[in-house]
Ligand binder design. Structure first.
Ligand SMILES: *[C@@H]1O[C@H](CO)[C@@H](O)[C@H](O)[C@H]1NC(C)=O
Ligand SMILES: *[C@@H]1O[C@H](CO)[C@@H](O)[C@H](O)[C@H]1NC(C)=O
Length: 166
């Protein structure tokens, strides 16, 4: 199966399971210390110029405790001879999180990556005031909301970044 379709299917499953809590999850709600929404977001490395050479899809799923799993895959733009950094930056290109070590992205010979996934307990989407999805606006079509933070892939002489949207 195509890696990107797999990633989109996973994102769908997370959305569905968040919408339909199991009975034990409902019981859990009464005892929860932190109560975050199960929010999802994505950064789509499409053919727009801000993607640089990179093509792929990165998804974000926040659990009820405010931890965020980042998962995805790329299918173009990488050279196995280069070392890449994976970052979350704000609108002024300041690095908020360096997720390179956590994601441990493995490059493939065809210029893409294996699918990657890692849960970050220090990154939240919209549960706390520093949520990476906060501070943005709806796009012109009024349907898609994008934050002012972006997911960035960077090497010495190349950079691509896409806004984190929901
Ligand atoms: C959230 O935290 C509670 C209490 O520490 C734990 O039992 C639960 O498994 C956690 N939920 C997730 C999705 O990690
Ligand atoms: C990586 O470096 C090796 C040795 O210099 C070279 O043969 C190979 O073509 C390079 N691979 C790519 C994808 O540039």
């Amino acid at each position: 199966m195509n890696k990107l379709i797999l990633v989109q299917a996973l994102l769908f499953l997370i959305t569905v399971s968040a919408a339909m809590p199991a009975n034990d999850k409902l019981a859990d709600l009464f005892y929860k210390r932190n109560n975050c929404q199960c929010t999802t977001a994505f950064a789509d490395f499409d053919s727009s110029s801000s993607s640089g050479p990179f093509r792929g899809f990165v998804a974000f799923g926040q659990d009820e405790n405010g931890s965020t799993t980042i998962f995805g895959a790329f299918n173009r733009g990488f050279n196995t001879n280069c070392t890449y950094q994976f970052l979350i930056e704000d609108e002024h290109d300041n690095i908020l999180y360096d997720v390179t070590d956590g994601l441990d992205v493995q490059l493939t010979d065809d210029g893409g990556t294996d699918a990657f996934s890692h849960k970050f307990s220090d990154i939240n989407l919209d549960c706390q005031s520093n949520g990476i999805l906060l501070g943005g606006h709806n796009l012109r079509d009024k349907v898609k909301y994008c934050s002012n933070k972006k997911f960035v892939v960077r090497t010495k002489n190349q950079k691509g970044g896409q806004k984190i949207c929901r």
